[in-house]
Design a binder for this molecule. Structure first.
Ligand code: SF4
Length: 204
């Protein structure tokens, strides 16, 4: 019977405790696809991986019936992986007021009458969620427009030469006036805040 993983609540890390405890190496890190995986042909259904998971994301099915039941529970689980990042790691939830579709970039950012700061991110990336700083706090005292856009394709990344997400792009009068890529590192928080404020003061 298979081991089932609920990726809606799993951070899919190379450090997964399931890998550490599995006595047969059935539970492993798939380097090529960058995901945890299970070779069910090596699995003995011992249940150690299931016990080791702190959030019950790993489930070991012991009968066909149980397997179907678990699959259904996973399918119907209303949680999203972004909730996990927010709850478990304190990532910044995205306030809907700041989120705009990529199609509104020209109108809301390039044609903005005030300086604009846009954060491009990938919603499926734990790095993006964790590195997303509470920019609202940074810019609430200055008159800039702040928006977030999920980069669903490469068009904006290519246009503005962005190589790493999340990225903060600063615009004035429709022109790129500053850029910080992959900008948040807890160790460098103060340094980054200083840099953001410097760019904002230059473009105001
Ligand atoms: S049930 Fe046991 S053997 Fe199977 S993947 Fe989990 S830890 Fe490994």
């Amino acid at each position: 019977m298979p081991v089932l993983i609920n990726f809606k609540i799993c951070d899919n890390s190379e450090d997964c405790s399931g890998i550490e405890v599995c006595p047969t190496k059935a539970f492993y890190w798939d380097k090529k696809n960058k995901t945890i995986a299970v070779d069910n042909s090596k699995c003995t259904n011992c249940g150690k991986c299931e016990e080791a998971c702190p959030v019950d994301a790993i489930r070991v099915a012991r009968t066909e019936e149980e397997c179907e039941k678990i699959k259904k529970e996973i399918d119907e689980d209303p949680r999203k992986v972004s909730d996990l990042f927010i709850d478990r790691y304190g990532a910044q939830p995205i306030h809907p007021a700041f989120l705009i579709p990529q199609s509104e970039f020209d109108v809301q950012i390039l044609r903005s009458t005030k300086p604009a700061v846009v954060e491009l991110f990938n919603n499926d990336s734990i790095e993006c969620m964790l590195r997303s700083i509470p920019i609202k706090k940074l810019v609430e005292d200055v008159d800039v427009k702040y928006r977030k856009i999920e980069a669903k394709d490469n068009s904006l990344l290519e246009k503005y030469g962005v190589k790493e997400l999340p990225a903060l792009l600063f615009f004035r009068d429709g022109k790129l006036a500053g850029k910080i890529e992959g900008y948040y590192d807890v160790e460098k928080k103060e340094e980054i805040i200083k840099k953001v404020n410097e760019i904002i003061s230059e473009i105001r």
